[in-house]
Design a binder for this molecule. Structure first.
Ligand code: PLP
Length: 428
């Protein structure tokens, strides 16, 4: 088989006509398919419904005897902290149970740092002149929206299969006090599904930032989200940081959004004692307490960290066929053409697809015109600008398997059309 680059001009024109005919046939169907956001489908959500069927009177008292229907226990009930500590390998005294969205917590910590400062910072970030933030990319679009909203200059750090390019991270963080932090999705990264290697995690722990108020926003959103039986292990950043005396550099986040209910789950933050001593009084001004009834609902339902792991295995059974359908279809229709490459994650929520340089926006438009909504090209980069115009985030969790087959086939056709157009143009 010839790659697109190897085709003669005549062969390319013929291939283009063939692809266009397929494309027109799909467009005539008037499809409305959506693969824009990473969210669970109703079957996955149904798996947690029994959590809501518990007798509410069994949830009222925490083991300390607190009536969870009332104010109190600002940082959350002990048993919820213990559950997360066991699940994530954290210490329960380092955890704050904070509402139902980790993204909201991250946004909140960013505002607090800008307006009020962080532990050991001489001044709030916002009083220190222009601010910079490191953004491993492709990455999570909503992280980038936060730093953009607060007017920080976002510095793109290329991602590798082992994590962000640590030589660059070190260079920026250790030379410029205006660099206040970095976004990280260390396990099953959004969108590649990469897990940071032990060396990368250690390099983060060893970082000696120029700013004394630098923070690593360690967003472990996909901490227990394996697709296969084999568990991918992420090194313990707090343990390694202890070795280097850098525990204060870390703000750790996680949630049950992709475990139970997005928007109605539990979110946590973990940080060093010194960070928490600075954060707790600020939090006490902001709220008298988060939703402890929901904390008890989760604790009583799952009981142990193993209870959550077992639940995640059932979810994996639902998600695996979806990921495999996308990967198999891409393989079947694109292998050998040399017009795209993609990741094959062992967990998480996304696949990262790279099409021909300069073609991602065209692929997005072509798919849209056929009735297939994709995450906009560029969304995975700071400012929505992919310098190569090549990356597309694939979110296979929501559509049904049969729909994913249709979407993936259409996507392959759009990728080929965009590549054929590019090479035809270059030929003339
Ligand atoms: N962090 C990452 C990396 C995500 O991919 C997502 C959702 O897609 C979130 C955070 C959102 O988490 P939450 O629902 O807890 O706000």
């Amino acid at each position: 088989m010839k790659t697109y680059q190897e085709l003669t001009k005549k062969e390319r024109k013929e291939e283009m006509e063939r692809l266009q005919a397929l494309y027109d046939a799909e467009r005539a169907k008037g499809l409305h398919l959506d693969m824009t956001r990473g969210k669970p489908d109703a079957t996955q959500l149904n798996l947690s419904m029994d959590m809501l069927l518990q007798n509410p009177y069994d949830l009222i008292y925490s083991r300390k005897g607190t009536d969870v229907r009332n104010y109190g226990e600002l940082a959350g009930v002990d048993e919820a902290k213990e559950l997360f500590a066991d699940l994530l390998g954290l210490k329960m005294e380092n955890i704050i149970m904070g509402g139902q969205s980790s993204l909201a917590l991250m946004y909140d910590m960013m505002i607090k740092a800008i307006v009020l400062g962080v532990y050991k910072g001489s001044k709030p970030w916002g009083q220190q002149g222009p601010l910079k933030f490191l953004c491993p990319a492709p990455g999570y679009d909503r992280h980038f929206r936060i730093t953009q909203e607060f007017g920080m200059e976002m510095i793109t750090i290329p991602m590798t299969p082992h994590g962000p390019d640590m030589a660059l991270v070190k260079q920026y963080a250790e030379s410029d006090p205006a660099v206040k932090g970095i976004w990280c999705v260390p396990k099953y990264s959004n969108p590649q599904g990469y897990t940071y290697s032990p060396e990368t995690v250690e390099a983060f722990a060893a970082l000696k930032p120029a700013a004394d108020d630098f923070r690593i926003f360690w967003d472990n959103a996909y901490s227990v989200h394996e697709l296969y039986d084999e568990e991918v292990r992420l090194a313990d950043i707090f343990e390694l940081a202890k070795k280097y005396g850098t525990e204060d550099n870390i703000f750790y986040f996680a949630s049950t959004s992709k475990i139970t209910f997005p928007g109605s789950g539990l979110a946590i933050m973990a940080a060093s004692e010194r960070n928490l001593d600075q954060i707790r009084p600020i939090l006490a001004t902001q709220t008298i307490g988060y939703d402890k009834i929901n904390q008890m609902r989760h604790v009583k339902y799952f009981k142990t960290a193993d209870g959550i792991r077992k639940h995640m295995k059932s979810l994996a059974g639902m998600l695996r066929p979806k990921f495999e359908m996308v990967e198999d279809t891409l393989d079947r229709h694109l292998s050998g053409y040399d017009v795209a490459r993609w990741t094959n994650p062992k967990g998480g929520y996304f696949i990262s697809l790279y099409v021909e340089r300069g073609c991602a926006r065209r692929v997005y438009q072509l798919a849209r015109s056929v009735g297939v909504a994709l995450t906009p090209a560029g969304a995975t980069y700071p400012y929505g600008r992919d310098p190569d115009d090549s990356n597309i985030r694939i979110a296979p969790t929501f559509p049904e398997v049969a729909e994913l087959k249709t979407i993936s086939k259409i996507l392959c056709n759009c990728i080929k059309i965009a590549a054929a157009e590019k090479y035809l143009k270059n030929f003339n």
